[in-house]
Ligand binder design. Structure first.
Ligand code: UDP
Ligand code: MG
Length: 323
């Protein structure tokens, strides 16, 4: 016997969240029970090295009717954890949520109300943001960059409290991208997206799982994953530099011929050392940028499985829906 698909799936990636999981369980189940729709919660344990997996197993035994747990064998990152959750979810609508209670589960009803109004993708906008000041400033800057170089219109790219229709979830699962940014990817598939304001809280327990390095990596996923502008900018810059160099030559030649007096002042402008440092810096940056795209192509052509699952805990044990 197959269990009928629930109306709602809630996908929650979990990485080393043992400190916060009990509080999450205490809030997310009552919030969803109150909605009055059939639901399932799909937890994806992203290779936690603490007791998260054990806590998830206990919770599965407590609420096997609405709980499913996917256990990765290693840490693949939040976005691949969500992809795996999508692959295994069965609901007509899928909501993603962070495990640290920064996204209040009580806000899910707002997203669903927007879907009732006919939207196929609903993004959250954090009304106030409870993160460190440098994260807020960096986000602001990255939001601007993304706005300019991609066609994605999204107010708050970092908010993971979002609702997706089954069609979009299917498209994301089928996209087979190795390193991706789900909220942005969803925009390329959505035909009637919208955004709603949601609350945001401080992390309930534990620490952020994103180090500065991982944040930078994530932003490369966002930028180079969705835009070729950085590469094109680079050739633009190359052309500018060549034209500038030609102009400089002209100036130098003219100056040497007629205006020997300017020499001292202008000489610094084409000081070879400064110019060389600057140009070498740009060159290295450009090389890295090309490497960023080449690396993506390399990962993609290797066509390895994006993640490997150690075990899936679910009641009926039926095979997951094909993406
Ligand atoms: N997460 C994950 N894998 C990772 C990093 C994070 O599954 O490699 C999960 C984490 O458990 C949490 C969510 O992604 O549920 C957001 O992470 P976090 O709260 O650390 O990010 P921040 O709020 O600081 O951006
Ligand atoms: Mg968080």
């Amino acid at each position: 016997m197959t269990v009928p698909s629930p109306q709602l799936s809630v996908v929650i990636p979990v990485f080393n969240e043992e400190a916060g999981l009990p509080a999450l369980f205490d809030r997310v189940y009552p919030a969803l029970d109150k909605l009055g729709t059939s639901y399932e919660i799909v937890f994806v344990n992203d290779g936690s090295r603490d007791r998260s997996a054990a806590l998830l197993k206990d919770q599965f035994l407590r609420r096997p009717d609405v709980t499913r747990v996917i256990l990765f064998n290693a840490n693949y990152g939040q976005h691949l954890a969500i992809v795996a959750g999508f692959d295994h979810s069965r609901g007509e609508r899928v909501v993603t949520l962070d495990a640290d209670l920064q996204n209040p589960p009580e806000e899910i009803s707002k997203l669903l109300a927007a879907m009732d109004a006919g939207h196929d993708y609903v993004g959250g906008i954090r009304r106030t943001r409870e993160d460190s000041w440098w994260r807020r400033i960096a986000s602001l800057a990255m939001n601007r960059v993304r706005e300019r170089i991609t066609r994605i219109k999204m107010t708050d790219q970092g908010c993971m409290l979002r609702a997706y229709s089954r069609d979009i979830v299917r498209a994301i699962a089928a996209a087979q991208e190795v390193s991706t940014y789900i909220p942005a990817l969803a925009y390329t598939f959505a035909h009637n997206p919208t955004e709603v304001e949601v609350a945001h809280a401080e992390r309930a327990a534990g620490q952020s799982k994103y180090s500065l390095y991982r944040l930078i990596r994530l932003n490369f996923d966002l930028v180079t994953g969705f835009s070729l502008v950085p590469l094109q900018l680079f050739s633009m810059f190359g052309m500018l530099v060549s034209v500038g160099a030609l102009a400089t030559y002209l100036v130098v030649i003219i100056q040497r011929l007629v205006l020997a007096g300017w020499r001292e002042g202008f000489a610094t402008l084409w000081d070879r050392d400064i110019l060389a440092f600057f140009l070498i810096g740009m060159l290295l940056f450009g090389l890295g940028l090309v490497g960023e795209y080449v690396g993506r192509i390399y990962q993609q052509v290797r066509a390895r499985p994006r993640y490997t699952i150690q075990a899936v805990l679910e009641r009926d044990g039926e095979l997951p829906r094909a993406p």
